[in-house]
Every structure is written in structure tokens, then in C-alpha cells.
Design a protein around this ligand. Sequence first.
Ligand code: HPA
Length: 248
Amino acid sequence: MIELAIIGGTGLNTLEGINITKKRVMRTPYGEPSGPLTFGEYNNKEIVFLPRHGSGHTIPPHKINYRANIWALKEIGVSEVISIAAVGGITKELYPARLAIPDQIIDYTWGRNNTFCEGAEGNVVHIDFTHPYDKNLRNRIILAAKKAEINIFKGGTYGATQGPRLETSAEISRMERDGCHVVGMTGMPEAALAREAGLAYATCVVVANHAAGKKGQEEISMKEIELHLKKGMEQVKLLLIEILNDKE
Ligand code: HPA
């Protein structure tokens, strides 16, 4: 039985400390996932890892085949998915290299294939999405962070933008007025597709930079992003190991 799937984001293309057992290329009715699924073992538990942007980080956020990724995970019998994603921090508690476990989403993306329910099935499906992330899985991540003494922000609203460009400072001001705490480009439609597929899904975000305009007039540099991500992803790795240690 596969205990857990991890979708890795920018800065997390591989999983260290996990014994890789096999890789599997999958085909789905929606095309190919971002790459082969990597199966691994930790503490006698089987997990599967999928780098969202491809193993060489070549797929931009708006080109990711979110449907194929979620479908492939469902197909192999996964029931829980933890998504890892880099974000910009909008509110002051979400400073660079800090981790957060958001509990809400606002979707600003457009033109993405965002559903498995195309109407062709003969009935119209409207999933409930009041609470977009799985409560139980979120709680387990939060508990693991506490145990591992990792500084996380519990909650917050993830604003999903289209990318691949970063935002203007006016866009970030608007998102802040809307109630967003962090901004990222990959949180949707991934979360909604997971709900449609009946998978328990939660996300752990890593603040890579102050969102546009949140550090005076300074422009956002890739160097800054890389530096903070490196630090944040070290914490993510510890967190994931703690979650796996916790699972019976
Ligand atoms: N905006 C959107 N996505 C991001 C950012 C950002 O500032 N940083 C990392 N991913």
C-alpha cells in the first residue's frame, strides 16, 4: 500500500533520505504527467514522489498537466497527497524561508484545464470546496512540525496566480485586500482536481521571497529566491521525514 504521495515544487525535485525502489512512466486519458513517478521506501513505508515541474525543472506553472498528475496518483492507489510549493509572502508573518500550511485558496488562474468533469459523463458535478484542504492531513502536518520544532505559520490564504511572470505591486496590494497571505502559481487547479478525484490533499508552502512591493521598491531577484528556498526546503525535508515517522 502506498502511504503517501508528495508533489514537489521548485527547490524540491528529489527526495533525499528515501530509498528509491522504482520509477514508473504513466499514461493517462489526459496525457503524460510531469515525469515518471518515483517510488521510494522509508521505515517500511512506501511513498511516491512526483516533481511538479519535471525532474529537470522544465515545465512552467501554466503548462503543467495538473490533470495527468492527479490522475496518475489516483490510478496507482494513492489516497493522500502532500503538495510542496514555493510562494511569495504577502503578509508580514510570511517572511522568507518560513513554512506555512494554508487553509484557504483564492484562484486567479485562467485558461487551465481545471476539471475532470467535462459534462460528457452525462451529469454535472459540483464538488464541495468550502474547505479546500483536507483537515486531517493538515492537522498531521502541523503536529509533525511541532514535534520536529519547525517554525510554521498555521493557516492563511493561498492566492493562485497564472504566472509565469511574478506579480506587479498593485496586483499584490489587491491580493492583500482580498485576504491572501501568500502567492504562488501552482496551487490551482491541483487542489480542486485532487478533491474531484477523492484524494486527501494538503499543501506546505515555503516562502521564497517577499511578494512584489512588500520590501519597499526593491525588485525580486532570482538569487534571493534560490537562497531562501534552499533554507526552507531543508525544513520541508525534515518535516516530511517526521510525517513518515508519525504514520503507523
Ligand atoms: N509570486 C508568485 N509565485 C511565486 C512567488 C511570487 O512572488 N515566489 C515564489 N513563487
